[in-house]
Design a protein around this ligand. Structure first.
Ligand code: HMG
Ligand code: MG
Length: 299
């Protein structure tokens, strides 16, 4: 197997996508200690929390304290999810580097997740993006339910294109394509990327796979073959989306790293240091983490 280019960017979303769906509230000091450990593993990007409404995501109600309390290691981008102007105000007060706005390709998931139709969401995200850019922040966009919706089933590629176009027009630097409920399989990933890559350059897109059906690694491999170089993942496989029934964890950063390094790809990340950080958060969660690497290292 030969892949070109060999440099891959991993965006660690565990402190946000991982923790948002957990019933355990990880104390603020532990979240900060965990993020600080990951900052020294060679990861260049950490999504550290979410400035959504704390009633909607109680596990991340301490977003301001977490983002304001972490160490800022040079060369690491500290990002957070931001749904609207109120979220941006909180994110700016906590000195976040990058803002991630989000919406869904499918209408029903968008309404369940952020209480607005897609049409109502566009101007809110446009305003948030404009104001974040004006404040000197970079902005990333997520499209959820790209490969399937928990309420509507199949999602039309035209909807994915429309929402991706809208985000790029607003000025986001990259769009992350979310398999929110982990239904994608390799052939579908290939077919979807064949269409999208005719319209958008690969370096404007990232892949965000959840591993509900064990397909995430195969989906990454196909994406690599199609020229994708940026992947979101969550240490130990933590994660899910509380407003997407059936969603489970993201692809595990530790497992992803094992495959990428085995393929000769460069990530800049130290696997041993990452494992130490995984053991730390596992102890705080009080349950075994789901990744294969974590199970193997403790067997
Ligand atoms: P809403 O109730 O429609 O909000 O919620 P609103 O604009 O009508 O405002 C109602 C009240 O909430 C107001 O307060 C606002 O100030 C306040 P009041 O005047 O009544 O006192 N408020 C806020 N407070 C704090 N922070 C805020 C905020 N916004 C409004 N940001 C809202 C709309 C978007 C806020 C809500 O629906 C929400 O928080 N949803 C978030 C759901 C969520 O976090 N889902 C998971 C993340 S997405 C995901 O996991 C998918 C992803 O991983 C990719 C993939 O896998 O596909 C990214
Ligand atoms: Mg997700």
């Amino acid at each position: 197997m030969k892949f070109d280019p060999k440099k891959i960017t991993i965006k660690e979303v565990g402190p946000r996508d991982g923790l948002q769906n957990e019933s355990v509230f990880v104390p603020t000091a532990d979240k900060i200690a965990w993020i600080n450990q990951m900052s020294h593993t060679g990861l260049s990007y950490l999504e550290v929390t979410s400035f959504v409404h704390p009633k909607w995501i109680p596990a991340l109600a301490d977003a301001v304290e977490v983002a304001a309390g972490i160490e800022r290691v040079p060369g690491v981008t500290y990002a957070a999810l931001v749904p609207n102007a109120k979220g941006l105000e909180r994110a700016l007060s906590a000195r976040i580097d990058e803002v991630s706005v989000f919406l869904s390709a499918s209408e029903t998931h968008n309404v369940k997740n952020i209480n607005k139709s897609r049409e109502e969401t566009f101007p809110i995200l446009a305003e948030t993006t404009r104001d974040a850019l004006a404040a000197g922040k970079s902005v990333r966009g997520y499209v959820s339910t790209v490969f399937g919706c928990p309420y509507e089933g199949a999602v039309a590629i035209e909807d994915v294109i429309r929402v991706t176009d809208a985000l790029l027009e607003m000025g986001v630097s990259e769009v992350s394509l979310g398999d929110t409920i982990g239904v994608a399989q390799p052939r579908q990933v290939q077919e979807v990327l064949e269409v999208l890559l005719k319209r958008f350059p690969a370096d404007k897109l990232a892949m965000h796979f959840h591993d509900t059906r064990g397909m995430a690694m195969a989906n990454v491999l196909v994406s690599l073959e199609m020229g994708m170089t940026t992947f979101d993942s969550s240490l130990g496989g933590l994660g899910g989306c509380p407003y997407a029934p059936g969603a489970s964890g993201n692809i595990a950063t530790d497992d992803l790293l094992y495959m990428l390094h085995g393929l000769g790809m460069e990530t800049g990340i130290d696997g041993e240091k990452l494992q130490t950080a995984a053991l730390f958060i596992q102890e705080k969660m009080g349950r075994p983490l789901m990744s294969h690497s974590m199970q193997a290292c403790q067997a």
